[in-house]
Design a protein around this ligand. Structure first.
Ligand code: AMP
Length: 190
């Protein structure tokens, strides 16, 4: 199996790229943000809980997120591999993912990170908010809080995967095609 963590700050283009790469490599794309949004739309118990955090740009608690992620993986038992998008976002999520995959005799082949500067991203997110229908993309204060969560809790994951020799940074500035090609060069080697 090819199991890849697609990493990067909010607005880096993870969702767009994962949608293209899952086809190319026949992988299952799991976006924890999308799963939460689906649950919010359908007013499930999980959705009601997640909404409180997402509306503020805060991370949803680890326990809830980890359980949800495991359930999504288990729904796709015959997958060729996974692209994890938006997960893990904390060190304890990364450890839980490693332990969970290892129970299945699997592992993360690599963290592939889209590297883009924060100022460019705030502009992109505000632009996306005009059409995405995402309430967390329309308020600059909430966007800044998502970056704060990213910088304080998520950015450390670079070190976590680097220590395993599994971190691959990719320049995330350019056209969608250019970036897909850069990512594919890394995916091919994993
Ligand atoms: P995203 O679609 O990846 O930008 O995620 C949108 C929001 O969903 C985040 O700001 C968090 O509130 C929540 N979320 C998504 N993935 C996670 C995760 N792995 N851990 C905690 N919260 C998450």
């Amino acid at each position: 199996m090819k199991n890849i963590v697609l990493f990067g700050p909010p607005g880096a283009g993870k969702g767009t790229q994962a949608t293209l790469l899952k086809e190319k490599y026949n992988l299952v794309h799991i976006s924890t943000g999308d799963v939460f949004r689906y649950n919010i739309k359908n007013q499930t118990e999980l959705g009601v809980l997640a909404k409180k955090y997402m509306d503020e740009g805060d991370l949803v608690p680890d326990e809830v997120t980890i359980e949800m992620l495991k359930a999504e993986v288990n729904k796709n038992a015959d997958a060729n591999g996974f692209i994890f998008d938006g997960f893990p976002r904390t060190e304890s999520q990364a450890k839980a993912l490693d332990a969970f995959l290892s129970e299945k005799g699997e592992q993360i082949n690599g963290m592939v990170a889209l590297e883009v500067s924060e100022d460019l991203l705030v502009e992109r997110l505000l632009e996306r908010g005009k059409t995405s229908g995402r309430t967390d993309d329309t308020d600059e204060g909430k966007i800044r809080n998502r970056f704060n969560e990213y910088n304080t809790k998520t950015a450390v994951l670079k070190d976590y995967y680097q220590a395993q020799g599994n971190y691959f940074g990719v320049n995330g500035v350019g056209s969608i095609d250019e970036i897909t090609n850069r990512l594919a060069q890394v995916f091919d080697k994993l």
